[in-house]
Write a protein that binds this ligand. Structure first.
Ligand code: URA
Ligand code: URA
Length: 263
């Protein structure tokens, strides 16, 4: 029985990695519904070790996020049909779907070339980004600009945005609810821009985009296919510039990543 449950959880986690496309969300929600009947709290408390309990909590959280996405995808909102980035920004910049809508100074939509081949995706705005309404303009942003320069990209050539458009208080990690509500905006941005390549910055953005819990060290150095609708975009992962400011030892691997990205 324990093996059985382990297998179910393993499968569910494995499955998560393939939930990249909106159309998979409903299948996944159904899948979890079935599993939920097997994995009930009492059984877990009575029989199963802490580890499985933890995994289950992760799954429950993921499920909530997925269900919100499903709900959102069933609801057609007017911004979903918009074909131009600046019009999309105007349509969503007063968003109050999560509590960050109350605490933000500015909605940080994204900047750069609307026809960029390359999109950089970070986590969420910090204090300076919130003040200016532009992503990556604080200390980490200056470092990002330098990294781009080192591989012959200017900020205007690429497009820069975040998973979450509003600053979380005290820069805490975004919550599943906030991701569930905000990620569809990013997907629409990507549908409009149609980039060839995405560079995902740091653990949070990468785990969110790739629907995985792998540590950053395991994700970098690979080229992923990221699906936006039926568009396939290559995706690479590297350290977040804020992480480089904390740990300069990561500068060398980042340099290797961006060289590979440039190629
Ligand atoms: N960190 C991020 O992830 N995004 C920003 O825009 C700024 C800092
Ligand atoms: N931890 C983070 O939060 N980001 C990184 O890029 C690496 C480690």
């Amino acid at each position: 029985m324990e093996n059985n449950l382990n297998k179910i959880i393993e499968n569910a986690i494995h499955y998560l990695k393939f939930v990249n496309d909106k159309s998979y969300y409903d299948i996944y929600a159904d899948y979890l519904k079935v599993k939920e009947e097997v994995i009930d709290d009492k059984t877990i408390d009575a029989v199963y070790p802490q580890k499985i309990k933890k995994e289950k909590n992760i799954l429950v959280k993921e499920k909530q996020t997925v269900q919100r996405n499903v709900n959102l995808s069933l609801l057609t909102e007017s911004w979903m049909e918009i074909e131009k980035l600046d019009e999309l920004d105007k349509a969503i910049c007063d968003c109050k779907k999560c509590s960050l809508g109350k605490s933000r100074i500015n909605f940080v939509f994204g900047v750069g070339n609307p026809n960029a081949d390359v999109v950089l995706v970070g986590e969420a705005p910090g204090a300076e980004e919130d003040k200016q309404g532009i992503p990556f303009v604080g200390r980490a942003g200056k470092l990002l600009t330098d990294i781009l320069k080192a591989i012959n990209f200017s900020r205007d050539e690429v497009y820069i945005c975040n998973i979450i458009k509003c600053r979380p208080p005290e820069n805490r990690n975004p919550l599943p609810d906030e991701i569930g509500k905000c990620e569809p905006y990013l997907l629409r941005q990507l549908e409009i821009i149609k980039p060839k390549l995405i560079l995902s910055l740091g653990t949070f953005a990468s785990q969110t985009l790739l629907r995985t819990r792998e540590p950053l060290g395991k994700m970098r150095g690979k080229i992923y296919d990221y699906m936006v609708g039926d568009q396939k975009i290559k995706l690479m992962v590297t350290y977040h510039p804020a992480a480089l400011l904390r740990n300069p030892n990561w500068k060398k691997p980042t340099w290797e990543d961006v060289q590979m990205f440039r190629k």
